[in-house]
Design a binder for this molecule. Structure first.
Ligand code: PMP
Length: 447
């Protein structure tokens, strides 16, 4: 179909997720993508882009992998769908649960499947409340999240999210959520003090779980200080509180480890995952629970677990996930993410040395960010009117690179999460284009 006609139909019929509907009506979609290959996307006009965000932090093994298409085709032809409710089961879901248990750390060994990150967090929140109920402590319902956290847009996951803009659309749909300070830039001590204060003011005996991303993604790639997560574990143990680690972005190799939490030798009670488990080729997510929770469910829960999605453990999605994890392992993509992440960070550090407007730069594996400020030494931000972050993103887009801006606490943050298959040369192209773009904007701003 012709490009202009598609633009018209888009405006008329397509409500885009996380979008300005008004802007869409004025301008239509900025780009209509047509094809993907490796780390590149091509639009309907034939323009090629480096997908330096892995689209939505999810296309971990890159675009256009025929092996995944083949796995989907074979499974679809054999058994496209069959229930996993109650006493029904099928091989792809069983094998995927076993595979995830084998790569998840510690005693995280049992998996509940969903279709994405929000459903996974929703399920984890319901599971921890259920757990406390069957342990005879139904008053343990509260969930403590962190400010700037992103956990999704369903009812409970919206409330667990610590970015207030997400609460505005329809108000809170659930109760018993609160947020402690993020440790980012506050340091471990302040972060832990805020968490302890929140626990004590809410009442430890009413708290079901603390929920956190090992690295806050949508909040602006906010990496916790080295000892923060271990101290969260110690604090939660002190009060008998469970921990849910949201690995929706950080799972499946993104940070140079199979799961992000392995960077800090930190063990939660539950892990939620999605995105990278299928590299986005098909929707799938889930919750991994540790043995001590699974044992309570096995031994004490009576009757039916009234929680299950039609597509929990979808056979085609499970088959694609199994193939995706196989490729991540066979091609050493976790190791590649670690090495290429170091290369990317080295490039960011050169930018910091060479350009006055570059403040903090950071990356763990291939999850990284560059902060832009009027004067980083004086902690002076750019005026929001200058739109520095969006201008950098736009200029990079014009040069064929897709990445994402976040503005946090007045600082413009440019986020990067390229596919784990990226090569050294491609990292260098990315960093060179970024350097050049920021330099031009810096000159223009006359800093
Ligand atoms: N948790 C985190 C950390 C995420 O980044 C996201 C999505 N960006 C979600 C949960 C929600 O996942 P989904 O959009 O698949 O519902």
């Amino acid at each position: 179909m012709k490009h202009l006609r598609l633009m018209e139909l888009d405006k008329k019929h397509f409500i885009h997720p996380t979008s300005s509907i008004q802007q869409q009506q004025e301008n239509g979609p900025k780009v209509i993508m047509e094809q993907g290959d490796g780390i590149y996307l091509t639009d309907k006009n034939g323009n090629e882009f480096m997908d330096a965000m892995s689209s939505l932090w999810n296309v971990n093994i890159g675009h256009g992998r025929k092996e995944l298409a083949e796995a989907a085709k074979q499974q679809m032809e054999k058994l496209a769908f069959s229930s996993a409710f109650s006493t029904f089961s099928h091989e792809p879901a069983i094998r995927l649960a076993e595979k995830i248990a084998s790569i998840a750390p510690a005693d995280l060994n049992a998996v509940f499947f969903t279709s994405g990150g929000s459903e996974s967090n929703e399920s984890a929140i319901k599971l921890v409340r259920h757990y406390w109920k069957i342990r005879g402590k139904p008053e343990r319902r509260k969930i403590i999240g962190l400010k700037r956290a992103y956990h999704g847009v369903a009812a409970a996951s919206t409330s667990a999210t610590g970015i207030p803009e997400f609460w505005q659309m329809a108000g809170h749909m659930t109760t018993d959520f609160t947020h402690a300070d993020t440790p980012y830039k506050n340091g471990t001590e302040k972060g832990i003090r805020s968490l302890r204060h929140t626990i004590e003011t809410e009442g430890a005996e009413k708290i079901a779980a603390v929920m956190a991303e090992p690295i806050q993604g949508a909040g602006g790639v906010l990496i916790p200080p080295e000892d923060y997560l271990r101290k969260v574990r110690a604090l939660c143990d002190e009060y008998g509180i469970l921990i849910i680690a949201d690995e929706v972005i950080t799972g499946f190799g993104r940070t140079g480890k199979m799961f992000g939490l392995e960077n800090w030798d930190f063990t939660p009670d539950l892990i939620t995952f999605a995105k990278g488990v299928t590299s986005g080729y098909i929707p799938l997510g889930g919750v991994v629970v540790s043995d001590h929770i699974h044992n309570v469910l096995k031994e004490k829960s009576k009757g039916t677990l009234f929680h299950g999605f039609t597509y929990s453990g979808h056979p085609v999605a499970a088959a694609v996930a199994l193939k995706n994890i196989e490729l991540i392992e066979q091609e050493n993509l976790v190791e590649n993410a670690r090495k290429m992440g170091e290369e990317m960070l080295a490039g960011f550090n050169k930018m910091k040395e060479g350009l006055e407007v570059v403040g903090d730069v950071r990356a763990v594996g291939l999850l990284g960010a560059v902060e832009l400020m009027q004067d980083p030494d004086l902690n002076k931000h750019f005026s929001p009117d200058l739109q520095v972050g969006p201008n950098v993103i736009e200029a990079l887009y014009e040069r064929g690179v897709i990445c994402r801006p976040v503005r946090y606490d007045g600082t413009d943050i440019i986020c990067f999460a390229p596919p784990l298959i990226i090569s050294r040369d491609q990292v260098n192209v990315l960093v060179e284009k970024l350097y050049d773009t920021v330099q031009k904007i810096q000159n223009h701003l006359d800093v």
